[in-house]
Design a protein around this ligand. Structure first.
Ligand SMILES: N[C@@H](CCC(=O)N[C@@H](CS)C(=O)NCC(=O)O)C(=O)O
Length: 110
C-alpha cells in the first residue's frame, strides 16, 4: 500500500490516534511523553503509531497534516495538534470532551 493511503487508512480507522516517538509504554521523546501522560489521565482509548519505527510515516505525515513535528494527535481524522496545543487544550478543559462519543471499529471476531 502506498504510504499516503496507509496513513489515510489509519486516520479513517482510528477515531483517536497519536503519531508519536516511541510507544505509550516507552515514549522516546519528552514531547510525546507529555502528551501520553495527559491521554492516560483522560483514560480514553487511543491508537498510536511509533514514527521512529515507521520512517516513511515520519517523512510523509507532515506533508498530509501540514504540521512539521511529532507528536501529532488526530481525532476523527482531524489534526488536533502537537504537545503545546494538547497541553493548552487540556488546561482549558477542552481536550477530554473531544474523546466523548468516539466510535471505535468492532473487533473482527470472524
Ligand atoms: N512544539 C512542538 C514540539 C515537538 C517537537 O519539536 N518535535 C520535534 C522533536 S521530537 C520533531 O518532531 N521534529 C521532527 C522529527 O523529528 O521528525 C509541539 O508542540 O509538539
Amino acid at each position: 500500500m502506498e504510504i499516503k493511503q496507509k496513513i489515510e487508512s489509519q486516520l479513517n480507522e482510528y477515531p483517536a490516534i497519536l503519531y508519536m516517538k516511541g510507544t505509550p509504554q516507552f515514549p522516546q521523546c519528552g514531547f510525546s511523553s507529555r502528551v501520553v501522560t495527559i491521554l492516560k489521565r483522560i483514560g480514553e482509548p487511543f491508537a498510536y503509531v511509533n514514527v521512529l519505527a515507521e520512517p516513511a510515516v515520519r517523512e510523509h505525515l507532515p506533508k498530509i497534516s501540514d504540521w512539521p513535528t511529532f507528536p501529532q494527535l488526530f481525532i476523527n481524522g482531524e489534526l488536533v495538534g502537537g504537545c503545546d496545543i494538547i497541553e493548552e487544550m487540556d488546561q482549558q478543559g477542552e481536550l477530554a470532551p473531544l474523546f466523548e462519543g468516539l466510535i471505535w471499529p468492532e473487533e473482527d471476531n470472524a
